[in-house]
Ligand binder design. Structure first.
Ligand SMILES: [Zn+2]
Length: 352
């Protein structure tokens, strides 16, 4: 449901709210309970603005030295390296990111339980969002910054069953119940929206959508794709599924305010966006990954082939020309990339 959270405080509290908002330092050190305006950010997007979101969270933890788990990847880094995680979010905000993504991509029960971390499900989800909220609330920004809770049906580490899920390899009803509980934790901890990431499975993606709806949380959907053997774009986790079919079925479920292509190679993202535009006419998002390949062990990523800042900005220009309004980075892309993008957009605006 669009704009379902509380609107700007000024609408709710009358004159006192107007005064407190008007004189509060710009989105800095907000008191607990201050409702950042998700609807205000969506109004910016609907008005034609381009919003820059953050870059990688998981691989950035890894790049900064947090140990990774071979199965649960970056999940436990929230508890082992909370200061590093806080600083990653703060760094992204300082260079202009308007959305920071909590470290919850790998904290579904479906990732934690097989890796001996099921008992930490509530704590890892709550603390990851709390750290993002704390970073947001203590880092100066001249515009509102939103905290997104990340949820995916894709396993960060393939293992014996691979990244892919299928109705045969996973319990759809359990996954939806687990996602619903996860969204509730994110909401209680202060998340402003749910960011569905590396989605695309026609069976499991609707579980994430319904989990957000059940909690009355705004939802942005990130779909991943890769080129199949014949060169056509396929579902990331199931190369038997053409991307167009996947997008058509997911868009038909409804429930998202923004849909985009993410954790897909920069070189295929534009073509994927064009397919998405055949089915989705709302705000578009793009934030690619830039790692060497999908066979690299998740706990031993090398970062040797991450694209440079300039190349990333050039791709973002292409995607913006195609209508994308939410731009950022996924695995491998860093604060440097996001800073280069925000500088570029500022330069373009200054010379417009
Ligand atoms: Zn990624």
């Amino acid at each position: 449901m669009a704009f379902s959270r509380a609107g700007p405080q000024v609408e709710k509290t009358g004159l006192i709210g107007v005064v407190s908002v008007a004189f509060w330092p710009p989105y800095f050190a907000k008191p607990k309970g201050f409702e950042l305006s998700y609807s205000a950010v969506m109004d910016e997007i609907k008005g034609g603005a381009v919003i820059v979101i953050d870059g990688a969270t998981g691989t950035e933890l890894q790049r900064r030295g947090a140990p990774m788990h071979s199965g649960a990847w970056c999940a436990a880094a929230t508890q082992s390296h909370p200061e590093v995680l806080h600083e990653i979010h703060a760094d992204y905000i300082r260079c202009g990111a308007r959305v920071v993504t909590a470290n919850t991509f790998a904290t579904t029960r479906e990732v934690l339980e097989p890796n001996g971390l099921g008992g930490r499900f509530e704590a890892l989800n709550r603390q990851a969002v709390e750290i993002a909220v704390a970073a947001r609330d203590t880092t100066p920004s001249d515009k509102p910054v939103l905290v997104a809770g990340s949820i995916s049906h894709t396993r960060p580490s393939g293992g014996s069953s691979g990244h892919a899920w299928s109705p045969e390899s996973g319990d759809i009803e359990k996954f939806e119940a687990d996602c619903t509980e996860m969204v509730a934790i994110h909401k209680a901890a202060g998340a402003d929206l749910i960011l569905g990431e590396m989605l695309g499975c026609p069976d499991f993606t609707p579980c994430v959508i319904r989990a957000a709806q059940a909690n009355d949380m705004p939802l942005w959907l990130g779909i991943s794709t890769m080129a199949g053997a014949d060169g056509t774009l396929r579902c990331y986790t199931n190369d038997a599924q053409p991307l167009g079919d996947v997008l058509e079925s997911i868009v038909a479920v409804g429930g998202a305010d923004v849909i985009g292509i993410m954790h897909s190679k920069p070189g295929v993202t534009l073509a994927a966006l064009e397919i998405l535009k055949q089915h989705w006419h709302g705000p578009l998002m793009a934030y690619p990954d830039s790692l060497t390949g999908d066979d690299e062990p998740v706990d031993a990523i090398t970062f040797d082939h991450v694209i440079g800042d300039e190349a990333f900005v050039d791709y973002c220009d292409q995607w913006q020309d195609a209508g994308v309004q939410v731009l950022g980075g996924c695995c491998g892309l860093t604060v440097s990339h996001i800073a280069a993008l925000t500088r570029h957009l500022s330069d373009v605006a200054a010379h417009a």
